[in-house]
Ligand binder design. Structure first.
Ligand SMILES: NC(=O)c1ccc[n+]([C@@H]2O[C@H](COP(=O)([O-])OP(=O)(O)OC[C@H]3O[C@@H](n4cnc5c(N)ncnc54)[C@H](OP(=O)(O)O)[C@@H]3O)[C@@H](O)[C@H]2O)c1
Length: 324
């Protein structure tokens, strides 16, 4: 397992560069299977678990289930101190089911208390604002985070799905006034070309050149979601692009991504490497320090990821992939 180096955060356990996505745990994936994945990840040196207060709201009554599942697993194993918990707040649903974003002090403080209870812990390693409430000014949000950090005993804060302009404005204000800065950015970041169709959600972001440059300059940590593009490269190489499911065909197949696929396939054959190694090492060996968040629907998928997690991908290959 690779770990984050020279980070400025106060997180004590080593921060693994593979993070386990737990969105479906305890809801779309039953607790027993989730525990199997958690056990395997932990035994192989993984420490970062990514969850959110609203996971897994897409599964009917799933809100809070992911955090509860992690809380039960931690309490059963007594290993809280060895794990790095990342949770998020700010996404709400109205009584009639509409999603909205609320970054008010009152709402975030309530959510962070609920997260602590569900996770069965008294501190949070990483807390992220899951989305941006664009109509609320960043000064107010930065000030709110001071209170949220006290309640949640939070080691590091960050944002998910924010634009670089809003992030920069927030961090400039925090720096000037001695408040906590956002040190982590979670966004869709992968070797594949970005497609609007993947998420089809105007409140979802991807790693832009501007964001990448800002993060490099300020040594922010990247948390890459959908780093594996839902298994597109692995599945297309194993089964043939014509046999991947319609979901992937619609969302990720572009001329550029087909070229990238060809490049990876050739590289893998020449170097006897599994495509999983390339997909995740693109993040874990990137010049910008990053954690590849992976989620798996089977133990076999996680086993494969962990078998290849130490693979060292040359910068020249990363550059070649970026140049396609
Ligand atoms: N902050 C945010 O807004 C945000 C958004 C999205 C995700 N996230 C976080 O990021 C985590 C990961 O996101 P994601 O689910 O989009 O990631 P992902 O790893 O790109 O996609 C997961 C899917 O990839 C396939 N897969 C996984 N391992 C594979 C392997 N070894 N070989 C072939 N296929 C494989 C599986 O698809 P099949 O089941 O079809 O086999 C699996 O369900 C989430 O759980 C969540 O914690 C955050």
């Amino acid at each position: 397992m690779k770990y984050i180096e020279n980070h400025l955060m106060k997180i004590k356990p080593a921060i693994s560069k593979i993070g386990l996505g737990t969105a479906r745990f305890g809801s779309r994936m039953d607790m027993q299977k989730a525990f199997e994945l958690l056990d395997m990840f932990y035994e192989q040196g993984g420490s970062v678990l990514d969850t959110a207060r609203n996971y897994d709201e897409w599964a009917g009554d799933g809100r809070g289930k992911s955090e509860e599942c992690i809380g039960k697993w931690l309490s059963q194993n007594g290993n809280r101190k060895e794990m790095v918990l990342c949770t998020k707040g700010g996404v709400r649903r109205s009584k009639t089911g509409e999603r909205y974003f609320d970054l008010s002090s009152c709402s975030l403080c309530e959510e962070v208390k609920e997260s602590l209870e569900a996770l069965q812990t008294d501190y949070i390693d990483i807390y992220l604002l899951h989305k941006d409430e664009k109509s609320r000014n960043v000064e107010e949000i930065v000030e709110t985070m001071q209170r949220v950090c006290e309640i949640g005993k939070i080691s590091a804060v960050g944002v998910a799905n924010w634009t670089v302009q809003r992030l920069k404005a927030a961090n400039d204000y925090a720096k000037k006034n001695g408040y906590r800065e956002f040190q982590i950015v979670q966004t869709w970041w992968s070797l594949a070309e970005y497609t609007k169709e993947m998420w089809n959600d105007e409140n979802t972001t991807h790693m832009t050149k501007e964001m990448y440059g800002y993060m490099m300059e300020n040594q922010l940590l990247g948390m890459a979601y959908t780093a594996q593009c839902k298994g597109f490269f692995q599945k297309a190489i194993q089964d043939g692009i014509e046999n991947i499911d319609e979901f992937l065909k619609k969302r990720i197949v572009t001329p550029k991504n087909i070229k990238k696929l060809g490049f990876i396939e050739e590289y893998c054959i020449k170097n006897s490497v599994h495509p999983t190694a390339i997909v995740n090492s693109y993040i874990t060996d990137n010049l910008l320090q990053g954690i590849a968040l992976v989620s798996c629907s089977s133990v076999e998928q996680l086993k494969e990821i962990l078998e290849w997690d130490d693979y060292a991908l040359n910068q020249k290959i990363i550059e070649a992939l970026d140049a396609i």
